[in-house]
Design a protein around this ligand. Sequence first.
Ligand SMILES: Cc1cc2nc3c(=O)[nH]c(=O)nc-3n(C[C@H](O)[C@H](O)[C@H](O)COP(=O)(O)OP(=O)(O)OC[C@H]3O[C@@H](n4cnc5c(N)ncnc54)[C@H](O)[C@@H]3O)c2cc1C
Length: 399
Amino acid sequence: MTSATLSNPGDGPQGLLPDVDLLHVESLLDPAEHERLGMFKEHLQTHVRKQSIDPWNREHLPTELLPALAELGLGKLFLDGSSRLFQGLVHSQIARADVSLSALIGIHNELIVGTIAELGSEEQKAQWLPGLSELTQLGAFCLTEPTHGSDIAGGLATTATLDGDEWVIQGEKRWIGAGTVAAVALVWARDTADGLIKCFAVDTSHPGYTATKIANKMGLRIMQNADIVLNEIRVPHTALLPGAMSFDAANELLKDSRAWVGWQAVGAQQAILDILRDYSLERIQFGKPLASFQVIQQTMAEIAGNLAASSAMMVQMARLQDTGELEMMHAAIAKSTATRLGRQSASLARDALGGNGLLSDYEISKVLGDLEAIYTYEGSYHINALIVSRALTGVSAFV
Ligand SMILES: Cc1cc2nc3c(=O)[nH]c(=O)nc-3n(C[C@H](O)[C@H](O)[C@H](O)COP(=O)(O)OP(=O)(O)OC[C@H]3O[C@@H](n4cnc5c(N)ncnc54)[C@H](O)[C@@H]3O)c2cc1C
C-alpha cells in the first residue's frame, strides 16, 4: 500500500508538489465557500477515502459514514444557496474520496431533494425534506425500466391510473439507486388518461413496493442499485408532484444531474492522479522510482491534461447553471466528455500500477470500475453524444 502522501489536498509531499487542483479553480470561490470546501476535503480524505474500500469490496452501503456527512450539510447541499461552482467542487471532492459515495450523495441532492424541492407540493416538501436533508432518510429516482433504458422517454411502460381520489401505479423499474433502502421512491409513470409521463412520491413501506438488490456490479459497488416491482400500488391523489406533469420536467432535472456527473469525473481523475503520483514515487524498479521513467511521466501528463480539460469545462458549466443558461446540449457535452476522458485516465493509470493496479486495495481498479458505471448512467455516453450532434445539426439520430 502507498503512504498516500497526497492525501492532504493542497499540501503535496514537503510542499514540493502542487495540489490536484491544477488550474487553481478553487481560487474562484469566495472565501467562505473556499474555507468550507477545505473542511469537506479534510473530512473526506481522512474519514471516507480508505474507509470506503472494504464496503466497496463487499458491495455494502456504509451507513455509518452518513451522520458525519449530514453534519457537514451534504444532505441539503442543493438547498443551501451555495454557488453551483461550490456544489460541483464538493461533488468532485466526494468522488475523489469514493465515486460510489458521490453517486449516492449526488443523486440524493440533484434528483431526490432537487425534485421534491423544485417540483413537489408544500405538503410533499414538509413530509420528505426534513429527513432527507439530515440523511436519516434516502430517496430513489425511479425512471429506467427493464425493457427501456436509452429509449425511456418514448418507451416508458409503467402506468398510473386515476381511480377516484387515488392513483394506481403498476410497473417495473431497473437500476434504481438506493432502491432497497429508500424511504421515498420518486416513480415516473405514464398517465393512462392522457399518455403523459408524471412523477409520484411513493412511500416505500407500501406493500406493493418490492426492491431486489442488483449484485455483482463492477463499479459503484457501495451504491445499492435495485430492480423494483410496483404492484398495483394505490397512492393518494396528493402523491403526484404538481411540477412533474410531463417528461419535460424530468429532462430539466436530468440537465443539471448530467452536469453533476461531469464533476464526478473530475473528482475521479483527481483520485487517479493522487494514486498514480504516490505510487510512481514509491515503487522502485531497475533501482529507480517508476516516476523516473519517461513512459510513466507521459502517462501522468496525459492524465493531468484530461483532468485540466475536464475541470476547466466544468467551471464554465457551473457558470451557465448559475446564470440559468445551461442547455441540455451543454450538459451532454459535460457528461460525455468528462466521463470519456476519465475512463481513459483510469485505464492509463491502471496499467501504470502494474499487477497492483488490479487490486482494489491500491484504489485504481476501484476508480476504473466506478468510471465504467458513470460512463453509462444518466444517459449513456453515446446517447449524450447524439444529443450534442442533434443540437449541432438539427438532425436526430435516435428518435
Ligand atoms: C450503476 C447505475 C446506476 C443507475 N442508477 C439509476 C437510477 O438511480 N435511476 C434510474 O432511473 N436509472 C438509473 N440507471 C439507468 C441508466 O440511466 C441506464 O443504464 C442508461 O440510461 C442506459 O440504459 P440501458 O442500461 O438500458 O442501456 P441500453 O439503452 O440498452 O443501451 C445499450 C447500449 O446501446 C447504446 N444505444 C442505445 N440506443 C442507441 C442509439 N439510438 N444510438 C446509438 N447507441 C445506442 C447505448 O449507448 C449503450 O451503449 C443506472 C444505471 C447504472 C449502470
